[in-house]
Design a binder for this molecule. Structure first.
Ligand code: ADP
Ligand code: MG
Length: 243
């Protein structure tokens, strides 16, 4: 069974048709990279998965249940199971790192404080920032903030992690540390959907690459095939500009 099954998904913003009959499956444990030109609908697709955007039509089945089925899929529960990491980190700036990571587990999962702290410490170790537990976001570099944002999402034990250009806002020297954390996660078997401009990361880490263009998936396959021998003319054109 696919973890995520997108069926004939359409999204309009007013008259603008942003996602056009998207079909997509994500298997448990799979790492899917979504690439494509700016404005092609990558973020909107990702945001429809956890209903940060409302699909206009079509369906998204997550773990066997439609995300549109409010009776059987509580939207808050859905968002807990789909961890999301944004380009702009979205940390709570008035809270320190430990508070950022433990807030949701305590509030939404009723985890007791000590246990939440223990979970957070393990995750901070994992992202290499245990020494920053008491720091505030303003005291961190972009790369550190993003690794904290990943730890915060992981603290809810999500079944899938959605990344929307997690390294695009970072200075080049920060990118490697964040990609390393993501690489480790992939190696542990985490299911991941990653919108990225990091072509070498997509090539090395993804099980499958999807190229979007003007609201369509124009090409999809294993990274080798996609990067070495794209078939669609617009895929060729896009790759020739970014590789
Ligand atoms: P990408 O992530 O591939 O750059 P997006 O999904 O952000 O593309 O955007 C796809 C299209 O939808 C773009 O034309 C963008 O301007 C438009 N769009 C995105 N979000 C909104 C919104 N909230 N309201 C209106 N138009 C939007
Ligand atoms: Mg985007």
């Amino acid at each position: 069974m696919s973890m995520i099954k997108v069926k004939k998904l359409n999204k309009y913003f007013g008259d603008l048709h942003v996602l056009k009959n998207i079909d997509l499956n994500v298997e448990a444990g799979e790492v899917v990279s979504v690439i494509g030109p700016s404005g092609s609908g990558k973020s909107t697709l990702l945001r429809c998965l956890n209903r940060l955007e409302e699909p206009s039509s079509g369906d998204i089945i997550f773990e066997g249940i439609s995300v549109m089925d409010d009776e059987h899929h509580d939207i808050n529960e859905l968002r807990q199971k789909m961890g999301m990491v944004f380009q702009q980190f979205n940390l709570f700036n008035h809270m320190n790192v430990m508070e950022n990571i433990t807030l949701a587990p305590i509030k939404l999962k009723n985890m007791d404080k000590d246990q939440a702290k223990k979970v957070a410490e393990d995750l901070l170790k994992k992202v290499g920032l245990l020494d920053k537990a008491e720091a505030y976001p303003a005291q961190l570099s972009g790369g550190q903030k993003q690794r904290i944002a990943i730890a915060r999402a992981l603290a809810m034990s999500p079944d899938v992690m959605l990344f929307d250009e997690p390294t695009s806002a970072l200075d080049p020297e920060m990118v490697g540390d964040v990609l390393k954390v993501m690489k480790d996660l992939a190696a542990e078997g985490m299911t991941m959907v990653i919108v990225t401009h990091e072509m070498s990361f997509a090539r090395d880490v993804a099980d499958r690459v999807i190229i979007m263009d003007e609201g369509n998936i124009i090409e999809e396959g294993n990274p080798k095939q996609i990067f070495n021998a794209p078939k669609h003319p617009r895929a060729k054109d896009f790759l020739s500009r970014v590789l």
